[in-house]
Design a protein around this ligand. Structure first.
Ligand SMILES: Cc1cc2nc3c(=O)[nH]c(=O)nc-3n(C[C@H](O)[C@H](O)[C@H](O)COP(=O)(O)OP(=O)(O)OC[C@H]3O[C@@H](n4cnc5c(N)ncnc54)[C@H](O)[C@@H]3O)c2cc1C
Length: 456
């Protein structure tokens, strides 16, 4: 049996750790295991390709708005298929480069099969067994497929097929699920002429966002996407060349939503095939790996980070957690993970970004102040003729500690960064009041939200 100093599952965030280690220790023997394209979810079927489509989709929105500025612009033709193919090719090229460097590294063995624990620190990598002194479980997540009658037989795609193999956009699509993956890919498809319908069993889309953020996104996206909210997909069948999703609401009312294709975007699930329990790593009831605050699993020498632990499934969090693993597992440090200000963004139309607590949670835990400001009440917002987009901040009433924030509108993911950075300082909101803000930039909206506080 081949023995390694380190075995790493996954070629996403685990590579942050491996590349640092390989540089530091020139004798290290490493095994890297990956059952999909090299580079991890973010590069091959997640953040990166989806944003390569989000930008042109937003460009179409901008061209549509050009008439507000007396610009007579017309989209003469759209070729979403070529765009999608280019994105797939670009990502594939990068992934192949990563795979090549892993396969040709003198101190790395690359295993490309779904691999499982067969015993203590021992893994079957497709017919042979390997042993690791330390093991990194950065197995990520995969699409959660709900048990809907007929779904498997009729066929469907997920983000993986979308980015790996879809050659042509369908004329129409039913997306099951109304979370961020659905809204990002749905928006792209709708902008490139696909008839998009979204079936969501919860009462609203992106339910983890503030109600007013959801309402604004729903209002804007409803111009191009048809939503069936509060409808749970029960059955899928095929009729007259179409795929049909039969969905029911709580009053037993049924809708039949038709499309040429079905996409399932109902959340993420853990890779149970890894069989981590065979080595004593405990998982929660859903199969997510349990770690302590130092990212250590329940088994000595085995560490985990990223989607695999089922907490904040974002690439920037996976990267941060992999840093914590690096320090604690290999540099003998004891650094606890800190989730007090985890940000995220949804790149749909409009963009949404959030950090920390939402109003409801903050109110339960603190006396709060809420600051809100609309883009349109700043000079740049007026110049851009924006309407209803906003910045919302939530502060602790006594300490002015920033508890959370939401931004909805152009560059939300950029504007919120000012607030995120302050949440990592001692001074918190104080610096926002003192810092000169460039006039007339969109960021004035952020500062003015802090000046526009009311009791929460
Ligand atoms: C469509 C989409 C869009 C997204 N957009 C964003 C975004 O804009 N911003 C953001 O922050 N996040 C985004 N995410 C989430 C982000 O991609 C993930 O949080 C992140 O990539 C997870 O990284 P990781 O290191 O945990 O796993 P990765 O290393 O990326 O994945 C683990 C790899 O291990 C493989 N594997 C698992 N089990 C085994 C096994 N037993 N044997 C062999 N191989 C195995 C998996 O197939 C996988 O390829 C998006 C996700 C999706 C699906």
């Amino acid at each position: 049996m081949k023995e390694y100093d380190i075995i790493a599952f996954g070629t996403g965030s685990s590579m942050n750790i491996i590349s640092s280690l390989i540089e530091r220790d020139t004798k290290l023997k490493v095994a890297v295991i990956e059952n999909e394209k090299a580079g991890g979810i973010c590069l091959t079927r997640g953040c990166i390709p989806s944003k390569m489509l989000a930008y042109p989709a937003e460009l179409i929105q901008e061209i549509r708005r050009a008439k507000d500025f007396f610009i007579n612009a017309k989209i003469v033709s759209l070729d979403g298929n070529s765009l999608l193919r280019r994105v797939q090719e670009d990502v594939d090229k990068e992934s192949k480069m990563i795979e090549y460097s892993l396969r040709h590294h003198p101190r790395i063995d690359y295993y490309d099969k779904t691999s499982s624990f067969v015993g203590d620190y021992t893994i079957d990598v497709g017919g042979k067994e390997i042993y690791g002194e330390k093991i990194l479980l950065c197995t990520g997540s995969k699409p959660l497929i709900p048990p809907i009658e007929g779904l498997k037989e009729v066929g469907y795609i997920t983000n993986k097929e979308f980015f790996y193999s879809l050659k042509k956009l369908p004329k129409s699509i039913v997306i099951i699920g109304g979370g961020y993956v659905s809204l990002e890919l749905g928006h792209f498809m709708a902008m490139f002429g696909v008839d998009v319908k979204v079936v969501e069993m919860l009462p609203d889309i992106i339910m983890t966002e503030e109600p007013e953020a959801r309402a604004l996104v729903r209002r804007e996206l409803s111009k191009d996407i048809k939503f069936y909210l509060g409808y749970k997909a029960k059955e899928v069948r095929r009729s007259m060349g179409k795929k049909i999703v039969v969905a029911e609401n709580k009053d037993d009312e049924t809708v039949e939503v038709k499309g040429d294709e079905i996409m399932v975007a109902t959340g993420r699930a853990p890779w149970k095939e890894t069989n981590v329990n065979k080595t004593g790593v405990k998982t929660d009831s859903r199969g997510w790996i349990i770690t302590d605050e130092f990212m250590h699993t329940t088994k000595e020498g085995i560490w985990s980070c990223g989607d695999a632990i089922g907490k904040y499934m974002f690439k920037h969090v996976a990267n941060y957690e992999s840093e914590i693993v690096y320090y604690n597992a290999f540099l003998n440090r004891r650094i606890p993970v800190d989730y007090h200000a985890v940000p995220h963004a949804i790149f749909t139309h409009p963009q949404v970004a959030g950090v920390g607590m939402k109003e409801e949670e903050a109110r339960k835990k603190h006396d709060i102040l809420i600051g809100e400001y609309k883009y349109e009440n700043t000079a740049m917002g007026e110049a851009m003729r924006l309407k209803d987009y906003f910045v919302k901040v939530i502060l602790d009433r006594d300490t002015y500690q920033i508890l959370g924030a939401t931004v909805v509108g152009p560059e939300a993911s950029v504007l919120i960064q000012e607030i995120i950075n302050l949440m990592y300082t001692k001074e918190q909101a104080g610096a926002m009041y003192r810092a000169l803000h460039i006039h007339p930039a969109m960021n004035e909206t952020v500062q003015r939200a802090f000046y526009n506080l009311r009791e929460g």
